[in-house]
Each structure stands twice: as structure tokens, then as C-alpha cells.
Design a protein around this ligand. Structure first.
Ligand code: A3P
Length: 331
């Protein structure tokens, strides 16, 4: 069963020569990144890498992941657009997979003390390395290994697709994802506030974290028709039918609930443990931070509703967002 990944050993296993090779590799990646098309995004630089806009500082990590990750058949990778429900699904998958060792109603459950982003790590962040040393994820003995990331389907390494690794993607209404990211971006960048109208135009032009949003989602939707190891869920359906979706997740991950577990109410307990209100109100999510202390955990829990976009978007903005990416048939 997966646990909080024992990452230290993945970074501590390299000898001097291997470290030097890693260092050269990252230098090469950074040189390539510096030549990619760029755009300003909340004061940071976005780069267009293989058709998708990514935060420039993350691209070397994506490249290292593409080139070096050795997938296992038992691996599970959750990959989503930011703000589509990543935090919630990290919590759910972690709670489902570790339920034998972490009872969902236990007062010492890790999700009561660690933010879901600490329990399930993003691959592109792991592969950014530490001091130019790449982690050796082969050192992880957990089975399954549970990872996450904001990685387009077409950028998943061949070994992921060949090995039968299980892939989970969550989609969310585009207007909700947009408003959620706009609010989030302004919360984490209080000195570089972005105007809503300008933000809509940028998003509708295709420039967003992992954008164009429509291409990111279309890749997963198209792949689902041929890849039986890919599960597509929707944020809205998860909110509407949490029990059904938690069962679907467990079944897909190869650890469906037994009749006894269902009778004992384990599914409901997992839903309750990972609910918006429960996670939001834990001390670690009120006062803690993630991603090298760069993001306050509280910003991952805003409203958790389906139509909050209606409180912000004008009819004109809605039209721009809804038609973005659609090819004009008369053209
Ligand atoms: P809102 O900004 O609309 O409230 P991500 O985790 O991909 O960054 O997505 C964040 C969005 O998921 C935010 O949406 C956040 O409030 C919502 N969210 C976080 N935890 C949740 C939970 N346990 N249940 C439902 N929604 C959750």
C-alpha cells in the first residue's frame, strides 16, 4: 500500500558521478527552456512546451520526468488541470489506498495532520530535483506508488502507457476552473493582482497553467476511448455523488471495497474525512503551507461549489470562455 512517500531515500542514493550527470542534464534542459516561446503570467514566466503552457521553472522537471521515469504496472498517476479538484482527489485516493493502515475515522489519520499535497507528490515537482540532483523513484518500495501532477496526456512517458500504469483525470467546468485559478492566482500573488477581464482574455487565448485548457481535456477524453487504464471523473459528479465516485475510484485502483467494509460504513467515512469542510478546518490546512512553503494551504480550499463562476463572470466573459478553442465553422 502507498504511504507518505519516503522521499529522502530517493534523493540520497546518488554517488558524485551520478550527481554530476544529473547536473549536466538539468543545465541542458534549462538551455532548451530558455529558447521556448514565453509569456508573462502573474509576474512569472510561462513557457510553451510541446503545445502546452507551463510555468517555466517546472519545465525542466517535466523533461526529466519524461526522460527518466520508469513506470510500473502497479503505479497510479493522478493528472489534472490545476483547480479541477486535485487536492480533493489526492486526499480521496490516498485515503482509499491506505485505509488498511489508516482507518478513515482514526483521530491520527495523516490527512488530519498533512495537507493532501504532502501525501501525494506531483511528479514534475519531484523531478525538478534538489540542488540539481534528480530523485531515484525506483527506491520506492510501496506498491502501488501513488503520484500526481499537472501533466498533459501526450507528455506522459511511453513507459507509463506501455506498462499499464493506471491514470486518473478529473475534469471540471471550464468557467469554474478559470474562476478558481483567477482567485487562487491573486491570493498567492497579492503584489501582482490580475484584473478579471484581462485574465479571461489571456485564458481564452489558450494561455493558462497547462493550457490551452481545451486541448488538455480533449487529450484525456480522446485517450479514454482506447486506454482502459485511464479513468475520467468529473468534479461536479464527484460533488453530486461522492459515494458512487469513491467506489469507482477504489475499483479502478484495484482495491474495491468489500461487502463488510461497505456495511461498516468505510466509504461514507472516507467521503466525510475528505470533505471540503473537514479538510479546510484542519489546523494544517488553516495555517500550514506546501510547495517549499510557497503556497499557504488555506488557498487550496476556497468554496468547493459548482456554480461560483456565476458570481463573477459577465455574459460577455462567459461567451469568451465558452467559445474559446472552438473553430469557427465558417472559416
Ligand atoms: P474553488 O476555488 O472553486 O472553491 P485544485 O485542488 O485542483 O487546486 O482545485 C481547487 C478547487 O477544489 C477549489 O475550488 C477548492 O475549493 C476545491 N476543493 C478543495 N478541496 C475540496 C474538497 N475536499 N471537496 C471539494 N472541493 C474541494
Amino acid at each position: 500500500m502507498a504511504g507518505i512517500l519516503a522521499l529522502e531515500k530517493c534523493f540520497g542514493s546518488k554517488n558524485e558521478q551520478e550527481k554530476e550527470e544529473d547536473s549536466k542534464m538539468y543545465k541542458r534542459y534549462r538551455e532548451i527552456v530558455s529558447s521556448l516561446p514565453s509569456n508573462d503570467y502573474w509576474g512569472d514566466t510561462m513557457r510553451l512546451y510541446k503545445g502546452f503552457w507551463q510555468m517555466g521553472y517546472l519545465v525542466p522537471g517535466i523533461m526529466a520526468f519524461e526522460d527518466n521515469f520508469k513506470a510500473r504496472e502497479t503505479d497510479i498517476i493522478l493528472t489534472t488541470l490545476p483547480k479541477a479538484g486535485t487536492t480533493w482527489t489526492k486526499a480521496l485516493t490516498f485515503a482509499i489506498l491506505t485505509r488498511d493502515v489508516n482507518h478513515p475515522s482514526s483521530p491520527t489519520h495523516p490527512l488530519l495532520f498533512f495537507n493532501p499535497h504532502s501525501c501525494v507528490q506531483n511528479l514534475e515537482y519531484l523531478y525538478m530535483g534538489r540542488e540539481n540532483t534528480m530523485p531515484d523513484l525506483d527506491m520506492l518500495n510501496e506498491s502501488p506508488r501513488l503520484f500526481a501532477g499537472h501533466i498533459p496526456y501526450s507528455l506522459l512517458p511511453a513507459s507509463v502507457l506501455k506498462s499499464g500504469t493506471k491514470i486518473i483525470n478529473i475534469s471540471r467546468n471550464r468557467k469554474s476552473t478559470f474562476v478558481s485559478f483567477w482567485k487562487f492566482g491573486n491570493l498567492i500573488n497579492p503584489d501582482k493582482l490580475l484584473d478579471l477581464e484581462k485574465s479571461v482574455d489571456i485564458f481564452a487565448s489558450g494561455i493558462s497553467f497547462c493550457g490551452p485548457e481545451w486541448n488538455f481535456q480533449a487529450e484525456f477524453t480522446n485517450a479514454a476511448s482506447t486506454n482502459s487504464n485511464l479513468l475520467l471523473l468529473s468534479y461536479e459528479e464527484m460533488l453530486e455523488k461522492p459515494v458512487e465516485n469513491v467506489k469507482k475510484l477504489a475499483e479502478f485502483m484495484g482495491c474495491g471495497f468489500t461487502d463488510d467494509e461497505e456495511k461498516q460504513g468505510i466509504v461514507d467515512e472516507i467521503v466525510k474525512l475528505c470533505s471540503f469542510d473537514n479538510l479546510k478546518n484542519q489546523q494544517v490546512n488553516k495555517n500550514g503551507s506546501s510547495y517549499n512553503s510557497k503556497i499557504d494551504n488555506k488557498h487550496f480550499f476556497r468554496k468547493g461549489e459548482v456554480r461560483d463562476w456565476a458570481n463573477y463572470l459577465t455574459p460577455e466573459m462567459i461567451k469568451k470562455l465558452e467559445t474559446a478553442g472552438k473553430i469557427n465553422e465558417s472559416e
